[in-house]
Ligand binder design. Sequence first.
Ligand SMILES: Cc1cc2nc3c(=O)[nH]c(=O)nc-3n(C[C@H](O)[C@H](O)[C@H](O)COP(=O)(O)OP(=O)(O)OC[C@H]3O[C@@H](n4cnc5c(N)ncnc54)[C@H](O)[C@@H]3O)c2cc1C
Length: 336
Amino acid sequence: MILPLTIVGGGLAGLSLGIALRSRGVPVRVVEAASYPRHRVCGEFISGIADAELDALGIRDLFAGAPRPATTAWFDGARPMWSRTLPSPAYGLSRYFLDAALADRFSALGGELRCGERFEDGGEGCVWAAGRAKEESGWLGLKAHFSDLPLSADLEIHLKNGGYVGLTRVENGRVNVCGLFRRSESVSGGHALIAATREAGLTRLAERLGEARPVEGSLKGVSHFSLGWQRRRDDGRITIGDSAAMIPPFSGNGMTMAFQSALAAVEPLTQWSAGAIGWRDASTKIRAAHHRIFARRLGWARVLQALLMHPFGRKISALLLSLGIVRFETLYQKVR
Ligand SMILES: Cc1cc2nc3c(=O)[nH]c(=O)nc-3n(C[C@H](O)[C@H](O)[C@H](O)COP(=O)(O)OP(=O)(O)OC[C@H]3O[C@@H](n4cnc5c(N)ncnc54)[C@H](O)[C@@H]3O)c2cc1C
């Protein structure tokens, strides 16, 4: 007998797991609260994923033709800190396109996709891929697409004490602008992302955004999330993607972690579905794999984010990089 699975959440983690399981013949239902296509809060800069991993999930072809960011420039306020060629090119692909393409692929493989439904129960046979746990932490994430916005590098990162903003090109010549801000009561007036950028002290960048053209409907915001390992429920639920752990966004590695955590779950869940192992064993295997793959990069990302959001930290890191004492490539790899 083959046991069916329910995946709660049709984001990157849930859909890519669903696709991989369907191609192994496992009956899967994905329950998604929203519908497709939709804009999401995300920098849409995808780095650190290997072609072999995308192949193993059966989704590599969806990345064909996506922009490949290869250079990066970092700024402390308006002051350039460093610019570099990335150790390997990333992908720039919107969630508007990617989530919908994954949903189509899952359905085409015979998966049952139920949109507009919220699922709340966990338990055996149910994989939790519902994104971050809701927690008050003082962070605000905002993103919007812009057109007519020239870039000085394929990925620009603008840092300040009150947050940071990343800019990268996605499909159709559009630029994704996505910021993580310390939440303030006073963000108001005009375009919320431009206002938050200005209030974070990134005035030059806010002016640039003011001269570009925001893409209608693309402005999205999210709050109530905490970074790092997410709080676990004791109901035996298996968690993947942001539901398991959320890496600081400056790393550009959260989407990759969503795919990798799905990949780590494929084999144990296929074995569970075939009756070869119990649910508890599958859960233990998946959690152990997540810790093995993610613990080091989560630790590094946490330390580096704290450093980059402090004025002294930015000065010292720029100095160490300019003297060649620390290599950009080394730090880049530490969060991947
Ligand atoms: C400000 C910011 C910038 C970021 N920038 C980047 C970046 O540049 N690069 C990068 O790689 N990562 C980035 N990330 C991280 C990345 O967006 C996430 O890691 C990724 O979306 C995780 O995918 P997921 O599938 O786990 O969760 P999600 O994409 O959040 O999907 C979860 C899905 O579950 C659904 N859902 C929730 N609850 C229920 C329920 N009860 N029932 C049914 N459905 C439900 C939701 O509607 C959603 O579709 C950023 C994150 C933030 C906050």
